[in-house]
Design a protein around this ligand. Structure first.
Ligand code: GNR
Ligand code: NI
Length: 177
């Protein structure tokens, strides 16, 4: 198990479209365990593999207050969606920003579990929001993309300024902006 480094906007690696997982093997299960450990360490309610620079369609969630309801989704697909509502969202890759985003309120999804078995799930409210947020990451889409150009630019400038003051500790690869 390991806590992985979470990429932060405007790192261009967050814009990578993740590929479908072809085989759910031990390496995938190891990654899932690391995603959970990283998510819990950061007090997040969800995390997509894209955020730790692994560009495979894998995401984890735990929206419970007690942090004991881990859920993982491999190759998630939205089968149906209905309704729409705006709610405040945050993102571990855009720290310090909370902004309203409009999403479907109820979705039906299909995914593979950690044993490679297909399952379907109906989700509403925060669970539905979080699933849609993580699925965006797998397509290289971020919270800031729902904001105005002006807001996005302000957030980008602030992030770059903060990065200069406190450079990434021990970057694994050359930072990509
Ligand atoms: O921790 C998180 N909180 C959150 C709150 C509202 C809507 C979505 C989220 S997901 C976020 C963690 C994260 O960045 N996942 O990609
Ligand atoms: Ni996020």
């Amino acid at each position: 198990m390991a806590v992985l480094t979470v990429l932060e906007y405007p790192d261009l690696r967050l814009r990578t479209r993740a590929s479908a997982v072809t085989t759910v093997d031990d390496a995938v299960r190891q990654l899932i365990d690391d995603l959970f450990e990283t998510m819990y360490a950061a007090s997040g309610i969800g995390l997509a593999a894209s955020q730790v620079d692994v560009h495979e369609r894998i995401m984890v969630l735990d929206i419970s207050a007690t942090k004991d309801e881990p859920r993982c989704f491999i190759n998630p697909e939205i089968l149906a969606q209905q309704g729409s509502a705006s709610s405040d969202e945050g993102c571990l890759s855009v720290p310090g920003v909370t902004e309203p985003v409009n999403r479907a309120t109820k979705i039906r999804i299909r995914a593979l579990d950690r044993d490679g078995r297909s399952f379907e799930l109906e989700a509403e409210d925060l669970l539905a929001v979080c699933i849609q947020h993580e699925m965006d990451h797998l397509d290289g889409k971020l919270l800031v993309d729902y904001l105005s150009e002006l807001k996005r630019l302000r957030i980008k400038k602030k992030a770059l300024k903060q990065r200069k003051r406190a450079p990434m500790d021990a970057p694994t690869t050359k930072p990509a902006y």
